[in-house]
Design a protein around this ligand. Structure first.
Ligand code: ADP
Ligand code: ZN
Length: 300
């Protein structure tokens, strides 16, 4: 830890839980978490932040949230939630809530863009010009970084809602309330809960369902590799982080799907390209911290 580094608050909003982190560089000093629930959680979090601010004044806040998010700074809806099916959250002014209450720079991006930036800064994607972070949790998302900047375009990547080629014989209708059997609807936490009679966390590692999940994710990875050519594709999130064997299955199946077309991307190379977060379970929380660091730098 460099004592000269400013204290930054990172707020990660996930599909299931929200995490507030006080950090100096990548060193985590305090952390609190809450169930995501309704937007009332914003008040609970900002009350806690006001308490932190009195005890350990921080210099900036970074918000890393599930999407879709409006991120066009020139638009009236900057920092508002888009059309999320999460009850109460659609249209919520998540950026404004914190920017109005705290007199410090506030940055905002998607949870996966933040995590990708954190992996590029401190984790598994250091030194990569083009890299991505995928979360396989309650939702499925992708943050894409090109030359140190998270990709924003018309909106931002929402690659978890792509439809992939289905596995032969898999008749599950899908659990995405918007698309049914998009990738999130096939392998996100609620999809696993709907596919299995037991909770996702309790499904044994040798259950055949994991072969389907790995094959579905490999279809997606092969498409991502062909579409954006990442040098590193980090995969985190609650579904995958406690199932490390899935990554090897995904890499090997991706190699079969690519079938030698990109000649140096064989299975061994893909096992180095598709990896677990270097920051482990802190990729998301530190992603929010990086967004706060960047907001502070931009305000200087
Ligand atoms: P969030 O989506 O809030 O960011 P996570 O990335 O931790 O949070 O993902 C939470 C999801 O991960 C839940 O839907 C849960 O069912 C699932 N999950 C948690 N542990 C496991 C596990 N061991 N195996 C499979 N799925 C799990
Ligand atoms: Zn969807």
């Amino acid at each position: 830890m460099n004592a000269a580094e400013p204290l930054i608050v990172g707020l990660e909003f996930g599909g299931t839980k929200c995490i507030a982190t006080l950090a100096q560089g990548q060193t985590i000093l305090r952390q609190e978490r809450w169930p995501t629930g309704t937007p009332q959680t914003l008040h609970t979090m900002s009350d806690m932040l006001a308490h932190w601010q009195r005890e350990t004044p921080f210099a900036a806040i970074g918000i890393a949230s599930f999407g879709p998010l409006h991120l066009d700074r020139s638009a009236a809806n900057f920092g508002h939630m888009g059309n999320t099916p999460k009850p109460g959250w659609a249209g919520c002014d998540i950026f404004g809530h914190f920017a109005r209450r705290f007199a410090v720079p506030v940055g905002i991006d998607t949870d996966v863009a933040g995590a990708a930036l954190a992996e590029g800064t401190w984790g598994a994607s250091q030194g990569c010009a083009v890299h991505a972070y995928a979360t396989i949790g309650t939702g499925v998302g992708l943050g894409l970084v090109v030359h140190g900047e998270a990709v924003h375009g018309h909106l931002h990547p929402e690659a978890g809602h792509m439809r992939i080629r289905r596995q032969p014989g898999d008749m599950f209708a899908g659990a995405c309330p918007i698309h049914g059997d998009c990738l999130e609807g096939l392998v996100g936490g609620p999809a696993l809960a709907a596919r299995s009679p037991i909770a996702a966390a309790d499904i044994p590692d040798d259950d055949p369902l994991w072969q389907v999940v790995a094959a579905d994710l490999a279809e997606w990875c092969a498409m991502l590799i062909l579409a954006v050519s990442p040098e590193r594709l980090v995969m985190g999130g609650g579904v995958i982080q406690s199932r490390p064997k899935l990554l090897g299955l995904i890499a090997r199946r991706s190699a079969q799907l690519l079938n030698g077309y990109i000649d140096d991307l064989n299975a061994a190379a893909l096992e180095c390209l598709i990896v677990a977060p270097g920051l482990g379970a802190n990729a998301g929380p530190l992603g929010a911290v990086v967004l706060g660091q960047r907001a502070l730098a931009a305000s200087a």
